[in-house]
Design a protein around this ligand. Sequence first.
Ligand code: ATP
Ligand code: MG
Length: 368
Amino acid sequence: MAKKQTKKQDKKRSKAKPSISESFAAFPSNDKTLFVGIDLGTCRASVSASNGVREVVPTYVGYPKDNISEELLGAQPLFGDTALKHRLSVELIRPLAHGVIQTKRKGGNNKYLTAAKQLTRHLLEKARPKSNQPVYGVIGAPARASIASKRVLIDAARGVLDTVMIVSEPFAVAYGLGILDQVLVIDIGAGTVDLCRLHGTIPEKKDQITLDEAGDFVDDKLSKMIHKKYPNAQFTINMVRKLKERYGFVSKNADRVKASFPVKGRPKEFDITDELRNACKSIVPGMVDSIDELIATYDPEFQQALRSNVILAGGGGQMIGLPNLIEEAMAELGGGQVTRVDEPLFAGSNGALKMAQRMPKHFWKVLT
Ligand SMILES: Nc1ncnc2c1ncn2[C@@H]1O[C@H](COP(=O)(O)OP(=O)(O)OP(=O)(O)O)[C@@H](O)[C@H]1O
Ligand SMILES: [Mg+2]
């Protein structure tokens, strides 16, 4: 009788949905395989590899414009900071927008896909795989990326990785941190803000929200505000982004922020404090609404645990005063506690690598 019961229990157990740790514990890693976690972001692409390599490259690809630039730079595409440095003599491509590879036209030659593939290959070269070493890669995608955009990511990995898996970016962050229960991760990138609540299982659609107003939106808004106030100032979106990355803040009190822009070729100082604060704050109400939605639709018994464990990741999470501002807004919704990840540059790719190393075989898509 006791034996029968055990058998029954075993059968029941094997039918039950695997827990998150069971799902990811079974991949037999061997010395031959190189595992990589890739965060192919709109602004920065990072890779973490099982051989210890960590690299980050701004998501830009530059193609020499003509014979002269080819003579100067060589015929090969340039990547990241090198592409940006030579942006006047190259066609500069930013392959991703709103977190996914841009698709200009159906079929035919898609320059964004080509650029994304070349950038992924470049990242992988930085991970230094040995010749003929199989490479298994997990790539992060926005929390609610469409099937079509995931397919484009898989296409970009073809010929670069041997097998691939696409995972939600904020889930990768949480997995990397080892916090998989009662936590709300907010990944504030350039193209998207991704929110994801975790409750000890692989998140479903209803657990995730993707917002299109993120770092790029802030840059655009800040450019317009500065242009409106100082119509004679000459600046590019790159200059504005750099200022935001250096001084970006949302707090009430701050030192004045002065920017130096040329006017008719002569450098002049401009006070951009208010514009910078307002542009940075502009993405906060959307985030707070989404936090509210994810908490309000959560199991009521665990809502308190979720609201006291909100974690900010991504470059935009570094804005000065952001955790406090979100906490203030959450006070009106019943309170909350907000912290930041320690390693915003690699949180996504580290988590993707950890998943790659633990993923059972049937999760992988083999690329041919
Ligand atoms: N200190 C900072 N303050 C404010 N914003 C910052 C700071 N550092 C970086 N950013 C912004 O964070 C964004 C980049 O973050 P991240 O690298 O996480 O994005 P991404 O992964 O490339 O984008 P996505 O996830 O949307 O595809 C950019 O908009 C960048 O300007
Ligand atoms: Mg990102």
